[in-house]
Design a protein around this ligand. Structure first.
Ligand code: URA
Length: 205
C-alpha cells in the first residue's frame, strides 16, 4: 500500500488528493474502517466546516455528515439560511474509529496522535480549497486546526483571525447536542448552536 510521507508533493487537485487519501495507511485506523471519508463540497468553497471523524453511517456511505449529526446540522444550517451545497464539509480524522459491541460499532474519540497524523490531509484540503472562513465543530476539530491550547468554551461563537488571512469560528459538535440528557440544557444549547449558525451566515455574506 502507498504511504505518503511528509516530503511527498501535495496533489494538485482535490480529486487527486481524495484518491491518495482513499489508500491512506498513515495511522492504524484504516485497518478497521470501511473506507476513507474525505471532505465533500465545491473545490473553491469559501467556507469549510470541520467535524471530528466519520460515524457509523458515514463510514458505510463514504460521505461526511450523513448520519444523525449530519441531519441535525443540515436542519440548523438550513434554518439559518446556509446552503449546504456551498460548503466544503470535512473531518479532522478521516477514518471511523470504533469499538465493536455485539452487532453495533461504538464511536471512539480519536486521540491526539491520530488527529496529528490525519492533519496531513486536512492541511492539504485547506491549501487547495482556500476557504476564507473555517468552522471548527467541537474540540477535536479545534485541536486539529490550531496548536493553541484554548478551551472551546472560551472561544466559542467568535470570529477569530487565523494565519493566511482566514477566519476561524468555533462552535460545538452537533453530536454533543444529541447527547444532552437534560431537556432544559438541551434547549439552551440548541439555541446557542442556532445563534452560531446565524453568525456564520452573516460572516458568509
Ligand atoms: N460526526 C463527525 O464529526 N463527522 C461526521 O462526518 C459525522 C459525524
Amino acid at each position: 500500500r502507498h504511504l505518503p510521507t511528509e516530503a511527498a508533493a501535495p496533489a494538485g487537485t482535490l480529486d487527486a488528493l481524495r484518491a491518495e487519501a482513499a489508500i491512506c495507511t498513515r495511522c492504524p485506523l484504516h485497518a478497521n474502517a470501511t473506507q476513507t471519508v474525505f471532505g465533500e463540497g465545491p473545490p473553491d468553497a469559501q467556507v469549510m466546516f470541520v467535524g471530528e471523524q466519520p460515524g457509523d453511517q458515514e463510514d458505510i456511505a463514504g460521505r461526511p455528515f450523513v448520519g444523525p449529526a449530519g441531519r441535525l446540522l443540515d436542519q440548523v444550517i438550513a434554518e439559518a439560511g446556509i446552503d449546504r451545497s456551498k460548503l466544503y464539509i470535512t473531518n479532522a480524522v478521516k477514518h471511523f474509529k470504533y469499538e465493536p459491541r455485539g452487532k453495533r460499532r461504538i464511536h471512539q474519540k480519536p486521540n491526539m496522535g491520530e488527529v496529528k497524523h490525519c492533519r496531513w490531509w486536512l492541511n492539504l484540503e485547506m491549501q487547495l480549497v482556500k476557504p476564507k472562513l473555517i468552522v471548527a465543530m467541537g474540540a477535536t476539530a479545534l485541536a486539529a486546526l490550531t496548536d493553541a491550547k484554548q478551551r472551546l468554551q472560551d472561544i466559542r461563537g467568535q470570529a477569530m483571525a487565523m494565519e493566511g488571512g482566514r477566519t476561524l469560528f468555533v462552535t460545538v459538535h452537533p453530536s454533543y447536542l444529541l447527547r444532552i440528557p437534560d431537556e432544559r440544557l438541551k434547549a439552551e444549547e440548541f439555541a446557542r448552536f442556532r445563534d452560531d449558525m446565524l453568525n456564520i451566515q452573516q460572516l458568509m455574506t
